[in-house]
Design a protein around this ligand. Structure first.
Ligand code: ARG
Length: 568
């Protein structure tokens, strides 16, 4: 952060003038503290480590530093015992930061780390003919937020929905449909019907010898391009996609590509040939594998004994395709942590093939969604349909709004934004790797650390701005930024860029979610105790601060994938 950097270089410069040039900026940054109380300043520098070098007592060194440091952004320096306390020039800095936000608007906090380079993001990727699970929800929401964050950092994100639309299960499904299926029923309720057929196949297969083989046969036909198999598969895929599309639309999420596993059907021979050429294939029980003993990992399966390809083969083909097509600087795979082994294997195989760019590939794992402490399962009737969850959330949001603001225009649209936003935020405010407990009630309260709370805070700021008139130009005075409550907000505004950088470095949207909560809390404290609209010479400074908060909250929410209604 700019102002912290100024403090650090002032310390460094002064130390050099005192004859100490052995302290790097990083070392100073490590020692620099944020005091526990605001009245002790914004930063504190302890002088213990310098005592030996300077052969002086720390309090004396603190005195020396205090007398020698001088910078327009530092208003006051105090030596307290062995510490040097720095007080930033609040009015000057506050004014500067607020102006930056007001001028840059939603561009505030943008970085140019990426230089326009591509990052492919593999996200959502549900399986055809199966319900959209909570795991897919997490992948969708985290992947979408990461795409926004990457874009904010100057990259071009490419969102790929690697649909699970290929594999033996489709042979089974075709078999089941041919035996017990009904076109009308599937059309009316595709995912539910197809899932029922799939479940029935497994039940019957236990009693009926040969059924499994029929399933495999149909998949073989599908792979070989048999007309009937292909047209059924296409139809299952389309019907399922229609259902998924409804969810994506509700969540406001778009993809660059829906190239799923099937897309790589004709691109896998190349992988097998390359592996052969590089002499990486070996045989194991009739199957072809790449051994990964040196990584203490089980071998990566490339081809089954019947010649069928596997999930990993398709991911290998997909990575070659993506590297060629997008020349990615990074490739992210937002997939549950239960697939860590799979991605490790894929990345290791690529490395063995000699592709250095495998180092740019990252599996972004996440924890499970739990209900009453247990995994939410899509199997055996315990189906939790995401669409129902979203609709329930919207309904609850509508009820909330009805109680608070019955005359609100556009109620339905707002309820949608709040309901969907609540579900998204609940997911993102937690550290990515943590398991999270699913609770609609907790997601939707307007208090506490929720999406609706942040959205409501933003709407509150907008409402003040409707009442007070923000003047475009003029000379205003900014003493009011000396106030602790205002300074708490300003300190957060200054940090926005750093928070984005951390979220980018750690592939972790929760940092932004937590930041929007902190900013909301600081703002609500301000709102609750300061007369913002009072007509005095500080009114414009206060309104400008409110406007800056509204801009940054809205942008923070946008990065997470939430809308920020102006009224709610
Ligand atoms: N369809 C898979 C599943 O639901 C996720 C696919 C993730 N992406 C990938 N490239 N393997 O488990």
């Amino acid at each position: 952060m700019k102002y912290k950097k100024i403090v650090i270089s002032s310390i460094q410069d002064t130390l050099i003038s005192m004859g100490i040039d052995s302290f790097s900026k990083e070392e100073i940054e490590k020692i620099l503290e944020v005091p526990p109380k605001q009245e002790m300043g914004d930063y504190a520098f302890p002088c213990f480590l310098l005592a030996k070098k300077l052969r002086k007592a720390p309090p004396q060194i603190a005195q020396d530093l205090m007398f020698n440091i001088n910078h327009e952004y530092i208003e006051k320096i105090e030596a307290v015992g062995p510490y040097v306390n720095f007080f930033l020039a609040k009015q000057k800095i506050g004014h500067e930061i607020v102006m930056e936000v007001l001028n840059q608007k939603e561009k505030f906090g943008s970085l140019s780390i990426g230089n326009g380079k591509n990052i492919s993001i593999d996200l959502s990727s549900p399986n055809i003919a199966k319900p959209f699970s909570m795991g897919h929800l997490r992948s969708t929401v985290i992947g979408n937020a990461l795409a926004n964050i990457m874009e904010k950092c100057g990259f071009t994100p490419i969102k790929i929905n690697h649909l699970g639309d290929w594999g033996t299960q489709f042979g089974k499904l075709i078999t089941a449909y041919k035996m017990w299926g009904n076109e009308e029923k599937v059309k009316a309720n595709p995912i539910k019907e197809l899932l029922a057929l799939y479940v029935r196949f497994h039940e019957e297969a236990e009693k009926t010898p040969g059924l499994e083989d029929t399933g495999r046969l149909w998949f073989k036909r599908l792979e070989e391009g048999d007309k009937e198999a292909l047209s059924l598969w296409k139809w299952f895929r389309e019907e399922s996609l229609k259902e998924f599309e409804r969810i994506y639309q509700l969540m406001g999420i778009e993809f660059h590509s829906f190239n799923g596993e099937a897309f790589y059907n004709d691109k896998m021979d190349e992988v097998v040939e390359l592996l052969n050429e590089k002499q990486l294939l070996s045989e194991s029980d009739g199957a072809m594998v790449v051994t990964l003993d040196e990584h203490e990992s089980p071998p990566c399966l490339i081809k089954k004994s019947d010649g069928a390809t596997l999930y990993a083969t398709r991911d290998l083909a997909a990575s070659l395709f993506r590297k060629r097509e997008y020349d990615f600087a990074k490739a992210l795979y937002v997939v549950g942590r239960e697939q860590s082994l799979h991605f490790n294997q894929v990345f290791h195989v690529l490395k063995k093939m000699g592709y250095e760019w495998s180092e740019d590939m990252h599996h972004i794992p996440f924890g499970m969604m739990l209900k009453d402490g247990k995994k939410m399962s899509t199997r055996k009737g315990k189906v939790v349909l995401l669409e129902e969850v979203l609709e329930e959330a919207i309904k609850l949001a509508a009820k909330n709004i009805e109680e608070r603001n019955p005359n609100l225009a556009d109620k339905e649209e707002v309820a949608k934004r709040v309901g969907v936003g609540a579900v998204i935020f609940h997911d993102l405010k937690n550290d990515r790797l943590h398991d999270i407990e699913f609770s609609l009630e907790a997601m939707l309260t307007f208090e506490g650390e929720t999406g609706p709370y942040v959205q409501y805070t933003h709407a509150r700021a907008c409402s003040i701005l409707r009442k007070g008139k923000l003047e475009e130009q003029g000379l205003f005075s900014y003493e009011t930024y000396e106030d602790d409550r205002a300074w708490a907000i300003l300190s957060l505004l200054m940090k926005f860029e750093d928070v984005i950088k951390h979220a980018y470095n750690q592939f972790d949207p929760s940092q932004i979610a937590k930041y929007t909560i902190d900013l909301s809390q600081a703002f609500n404290k301000y709102y609750g105790t300061v007369q913002i609209l009072k007509e005095d010479d500080q009114q414009q400074a206060r309104l400008q601060l409110v406007k800056a908060v509204a801009i940054v909250l809205k942008e923070g929410l946008r990065l997470l994938g939430l809308k920020a209604p102006e009224q709610m």
